[in-house]
Design a protein around this ligand. Structure first.
Ligand code: AMP
Ligand code: MG
Length: 914
């Protein structure tokens, strides 16, 4: 009867993982060599049989009874070598098929060897063994024995190696005994203490949600460290009384810290479980990962960190005896099927790889690079002491493709090399200072963050672009509203006529004309009329509360209000500012107004519009946008994403949001038509769909909230050319739905202070849930990611977005101090020009696209409205019965946040507690 043997702890873990994720070659260990010279396949085959006969794990199969695994060791040593002739062209596929072949654990041997003959005396030898019976070290044992046997056979002598001091089966018995008799207790206590309150999961920005069926495919990148750098690592280690591995692990922790911001990082380090010399000649699974808990404290220097890592490593090695699987069972660690317990990031200082036939005078042997494989860890660094150059170091970073993009390992490896170069020379400086970029990183960043300038139309005013288009296509339809359509010429005449009326009420160059109209053809006409006079327009929504309206009119110094009459309580008329009613039948315009044109003396620095947004000190603030910013924006949008004469653009946004400029003005600069949705249309998704259909709208811009409602109603066959989403974060599921609705989908990003949109990115569908980037800077715009000290951050790292370039506002109206806080001088690294601090957290991906990561402050968007909760709190505090107040956004059951105020009443002190 066959003898049923127990498995080691490590084997049990692998057996379990194989059950969990069957059909993935995740536990295949493979290696390939190109061998040149007169190789003897017959002798090689016999040598392999000797190796299999000598090492019982290579004759072991694995089975299950009552839900528990057991293994059986077999006596025969079957042939394992396949010899095939393969074309050079097919070689890679052939090797891949061997290395990725799935083993059935119940069939032995769990070793596969293929020898491909690719030409006269040219061979490729591939060895694949299952991890349940071997580890990296085992490969060296295997090749040592193989070559000794091969040489003996070639010399016609018998191969008589010394007996192995013990078998793997015996080792398993000893391990089980140790587990039973408590000899690991002190080690387990050490680990329990070390890992108390350790973060269960390491994550980095930009990761995708974990898929339910992981592929475990790894993205990988590697670099051979320059000799000087490698030698510096060794020298630094020596001087610090540390090993090179300790220095590299410390640098790896800094790289991870740099990219993720994490300060408490648990690394898994595979170590050899061969803690006695008698285990060294055995093939089998002895490798055991141990945790290192690396904490990067503020102010710490690299010297400090290396000392800290040295303590960690020495502690880990001293307590490495309990197998990882036993440790996980003993410690009450958070378990998940989705990721590894205790650590998800590896630091693997690999031993030198085996060098078969190194001593052979007739055979040349070269290891072939491994194709990218699979990974169980989320992230890993593998350091190989390269053998081809003295002291050289090869660093390879791999990341799970299930949660990270293929740029992530490149970013991490980049950080690692940067950190090594800087830290070794500045090892006493605080680690925070390594957050600077290297010269080569800087060139790349400049290309992404401040792309070369594009010519801007030489227009003194945004109106010039519209006037030019009126002259080109006077009879083309320009705008469609509730009452019908106007051609370009008609729109121009209407604007000029209204301007004449405004002039009669005193408006002229430099006046602020408040436009108190909902979205309508009249509102558009009023904006153009203001520009015709050299005035700026100030949109104020008819829905504003009276107090807000009065404040804004007063703060802006509005000289005139354009409104619609007939409201029951006309707060506008009560404000004291002269009012022009667009629908006033008594007033007639001049019969023959001057044609729409740019007023003499107008210049690009003149104010085009003034828009008020929420202010944290309790009052809204007016953003002053000059014509040059609008001109640049119009020209940029007409190019990218691109609006063309055949487009029909839906105007859906209230004029009090700056994004209405894209809907109302951009079409008028290219000869396209705008369809203005009425307030009733805009509130009802079904009516909107009808409007879109009736007018054959091709371009729609909306906030994600509005898009969410629209896509729910969109019929299957509705197809847009261009869908623009902006103003708030676009989530992946909505992005994918939009991609099904429009030929092109763009995510648009921008604060009012930098003129509508400052970044834009084409959105592609992604079924794996990757975050939707906000794209790249638009024309003549720069976008920098800076840390708190204003230093440029490298790609991958989250920091505050600063925007510069043509779109910048002049400042906040009448608020020089606030203007100075938000519009700051640039540093030499950013080119010196003025930058707007957005308060938005972003990171640059490895491909130059930006990704949004929330706010540095509490500002939020509620149904598209930018709200500073502190503005509300400041107002509440002014109430006589309120002593103090706090306002926060809460996401209860809804996806949309709500504002919640907590107040302390004035007489609360007097009230009894309870
Ligand atoms: P506003 O001044 O009303 O345009 O608001 C600007 C703010 O809206 C930005 O600072 C961001 O916080 C947010 N925002 C605008 N567009 C986007 C976008 N595409 N993704 C994420 N946040 C956005
Ligand atoms: Mg905006």
């Amino acid at each position: 009867m066959e003898l049923r043997n127990p498995l080691s702890f490590g084997q049990e873990r692998i057996w379990f993982l194989e059950r969990l994720m069957p059909g993935l070659p995740i536990h295949n260990i493979s290696i390939s060599y190109e061998i040149t010279g007169p190789l003897d396949p017959v002798a090689l085959d016999a040598a392999f049989r000797h190796v299999v006969a000598r090492h019982s794990p290579l004759r072991t199969s694995f089975h299950e009874a009552d839900g528990r695994p057991y293994c059986v060791v077999h006596e025969d040593a079957p042939a394992v070598l396949d010899v095939v002739d393969v074309n050079e062209a097919d070689l890679l596929d052939r090797v891949r098929a061997v290395t990725d072949g799935i083993f059935d654990l119940s069939t032995w041997p769990l070793l596969r060897v293929e020898l491909c003959r690719t030409g006269e005396d040219i061979w490729v030898l591939t060895v694949v063994v299952h991890h349940i019976v071997a580890d990296g070290w085992s490969l060296s044992v295997l090749f040592d024995d193989l070559c000794a046997a091969y040489n003996a056979l070639r010399a016609d002598t018998a191969w008589r190696p010394p007996m192995l001091p013990l078998t793997y089966e015996r080792h398993v018995v000893q391990e089980r005994q140790a587990a039973r008799n408590g000899s690991w207790d002190r080690d387990i206590a050490y680990w329990r203490g070390l890992l108390r309150d350790a973060p269960p999961l390491f994550s980095m920005p930009g990761s995708r949600p974990r898929p339910t069926a992981p592929t475990q495919v790894a993205h990988q990148t590697d670099v051979l460290l320059e000799q000087a750098d490698a030698l510096a690592v060794h020298a630094f280690a020596k001087q610090r009384r540390a090993s090179s591995a300790m220095v590299l692990a410390a640098a790896w922790a800094v790289a991870l810290h740099r990219q993720s911001g994490a300060t408490d990082i648990v690394l898994g380090m595979p170590v050899s479980g061969r803690d006695r010399a008698e285990l060294n000649g055995l093939i089998g699974l002895f490798m055991n990962p141990v945790p290192l808990r690396v904490r990067v404290a503020p102010g710490m220097s690299f010297d400090d960190l290396v000392d800290h890592v040295r303590d960690q490593m020495l502690g880990a090695l001293a307590h490495r005896r309990p197998p990882f699987a036993a440790l996980v069972a003993e410690l009450d660690v958070e378990r998940s099927l989705a990721y590894l317990p205790i650590f998800q990031v590896l630091f693997n200082h690999a031993t030198v790889s085996p060098q078969p036939f190194a001593a052979s005078p007739e055979l040349g042997c070269r290891r072939l690079p491994a194709p990218p494989g699979l990974t169980q860890a989320d992230i890993g660094l593998v350091v190989v002491d390269a053998t081809d150059a003295d002291g050289a170091l090869r660093l390879a970073v791999e990341c799970s493709g299930d949660i990270y993009d293929d740029q992530t390992p490149k970013l991490l490896l980049g950080h690692l090399v940067t950190v090594l170069r800087h830290a070794l020379n500045n090892s006493r400086a605080p680690l925070d200072l390594f957050r600077t970029v290297t010269a080569s990183e800087r060139d790349q960043l400049t290309a992404w963050c401040a792309p070369p300038e594009t010519p801007v139309p030489a227009a003194a005013s945004a109106l010039e672009l519209v006037v030019g288009q009126i002259a080109r296509t006077p009879d083309a339809p320009a705008v469609t509203g509730a009452l019908g359509s106007l051609t370009y010429a008609e729109l121009g005449r209407a604007a000029a006529a209204l301007a004449e009326r405004l002039r009669r009420h005193g408006a002229g160059r430099g006046t602020v004309v408040a436009v108190n109209l909902d979205r309508s053809v009249e509102a558009l006409t009023a904006m153009l009329a203001a520009w015709h006079l050299g005035a700026a327009y100030l949109p104020v929504d008819p829905g504003y509360p009276e107090q807000r309206l009065r404040f804004i009119l007063d703060d802006a110094g509005a000289g005139l209000i354009v409104s619609r009459g007939g409201g029951p309580v006309d707060t506008v008329s009560a404000s004291g500012t002269p009012v022009v009613f667009v629908d006033d039948p008594d007033e007639t315009a001049a019969d023959d107004p001057a044609a729409l044109s740019v007023p003499p003396g107008a210049g690009p620095a003149d104010l085009a519009y003034l828009i008020y947004t929420s202010g944290s000190t309790g009052t809204p603030k007016g953003v002053e946008i000059p014509h040059r910013a609008v001109v640049n924006f119009l020209a940029a949008m007409a190019r990218t994403p691109g609006v063309v004469a055949t487009d029909v653009v839906l105007a859906l946004t209230s004029p009090s949001f700056d994004i209405s400029v894209l809907e109302l003005i951009v079409p008028l600069t290219v000869g396209a038509r705008t369809v203005v949705a009425s307030t009733t249309d805009a509130r009802d998704p079904q009516r909107l769909i009808n409007l879109i259909r009736r007018n054959q709208v091709t371009v729609v811009q909306a906030t994600p909230v509005a898009w969410g409602q629209l896509v729910d109603f969109a019929p299957q066959d509705l197809r847009l050319r261009l869908a623009l989403s902006g103003g708030e974060a676009l989530n992946r599921s909505l992005a994918n739905r939009l991609c099904a609705l429009a030929d092109e989908v763009w995510n648009m990003y921008g604060p009012t202070e930098t003129t509508v949109w400052s970044l834009a990115g084409r959105v592609r569908p992604d079924q794996e849930g990757a975050p939707v980037p906000i794209g790249r800077p638009i024309d003549n715009t720069s976008a920098w990611v800076l840390d708190r000290a204003g230093e440029v951050l490298p790609a991958g790292v989250v920091g505050e977005l600063h925007i510069g370039g043509a779109g910048l506002a002049l400042g906040y109206r009448g608020r020089p101090e606030l203007t100075g806080q938000r519009f700051v001088p640039g540093s030499t690294a950013t080119g010196g020009a003025r930058l707007y601090r957005t308060g938005d957290l972003v990171r640059l991906r490895g491909d130059g696209e930006f990704e949004f990561h929330g706010r540095t402050d509490t500002q939020i968007k509620i149904r598209g409205h930018r709200v500073e909760p502190d503005e509300v709190a400041a107002l509440l505090r002014r109430h006589p019965q309120v002593r103090d107040a706090v306002v926060v956004a809460r996401w209860d059951d809804d996806q949309e946040p709500r504002l919640v105020a907590y107040v302390v009443p004035r007489d609360a002190e007097a009230a009894p507690p309870g």
